[in-house]
Design a protein around this ligand. Structure first.
Ligand code: FPP
Length: 271
């Protein structure tokens, strides 16, 4: 699938990727796992460029999980140094291309050498509005939901919040990964069919795309293919196909203002 065959008006706003398969890529070539990660960071560069060129508004990459700290020390060290290298080498391109870089996860656990380049880039790119690149670092979906719950519990304990006022929307407002909207399309490379504690809250209605391609082999073309597959699906958000049709035509006729508020939100989501 080529870039030109992608329907510009039905682009997923937020694409999230579980970049899996670096280790296997290296093992298949009798190389050290670390070499797979090295080639994996080249794939990150390619995909960030391709997403930006397409006009994707938010790209979230699972670069390091809370659970990855338990990997061999040498592998963790290499991943941290690749991350630092990426932030240093891509800084100019990120700033020049209107990309806002942000990080989510337990950032306090990251080594100072990473924070020294991550924090200034996040700061300096904060006003960029063409695409938000979110790196999930020391990230876990359950941990993120627990953090949000703790946040609300503190407000209740301080007498600032009535427990009855806790709604999914309020909890969501405390969840950093969805500050850029819920992922429309969640891609996982490497052939495994699971979510592995990534974006658990936001993925509730994401379209899932699994590919056997190992991450270091993932090309712009593979991103186009995933987006093409996404564009051929019908997103129903719990409604029936017939309801979705009615909502879509109401949207097209610009009559959606007659729909109740919650349904209007859905109409916007039904693309
Ligand atoms: C999973 O492959 C991948 C990771 C744990 C790390 C992802 C890191 C990168 C792509 C490179 C550095 C990141 C940036 C942002 C520059 P795996 O090791 O679990 O592969 P396997 O399942 O084949 O063993």
């Amino acid at each position: 699938m080529s870039e030109t065959l992608i329907e510009a008006k039905n682009l997923p706003r937020h694409v999230a990727i579980i970049m899996d398969g670096n280790g296997r890529w290296a093992e298949q070539r009798a190389l050290a796992r670390t070499e797979g990660h090295r080639r994996g960071s080249d794939a990150v560069r390619r995909v960030v460029r391709a997403a930006r060129r397409l006009g994707v508004e938010a790209l979230t990459l699972f670069a390091f999980s809370e659970q990855n700290w338990a990997r061999p020390r040498i592998e963790v060290q290499l991943l941290m140094s690749l991350l630092r290298e990426f932030l240093v080498s891509e800084r100019g391109e990120i700033l020049d291309n209107g990309i806002r870089l942000r990080a989510i996860g337990d950032l306090a656990r990251l080594p100072p050498e990473v924070r020294m380049v991550l924090d200034p880039l996040a700061n300096d790119s904060a006003e960029n509005g063409d695409m938000t690149l979110t790196l999930a670092l020391s990230y876990g979906g359950r941990e993120e939901i627990a953090d949000a719950a703790r946040d609300l519990a503190r407000a209740v304990a301080a007498g600032q919040l009535d427990p009855e006022a806790i709604t999914p929307e309020l909890l969501q407002s405390r969840i950093a990964s969805v500050a850029v909207g819920e992922p429309d399309l969640l891609i996982r490379t490497g052939g495994e069919l699971r979510i592995s504690n990534f974006l658990l809250w936001g993925a509730a209605y994401s379209e899932l795309h699994f590919t056997k391609k190992l991450w270091p082999d993932f090309e712009a073309e593979d991103l186009y293919q995933a987006i093409g597959a996404y564009q051929s699906r019908e997103r129903r958000f719990g409604l029936t196909g017939a309801q979705v049709k009615v909502l879509r035509s109401a949207q097209n006729d610009n009559e959606s203002s007659m729909a109740p508020r919650a349904v209007q939100g859905l109409v916007q989501g039904v693309r």
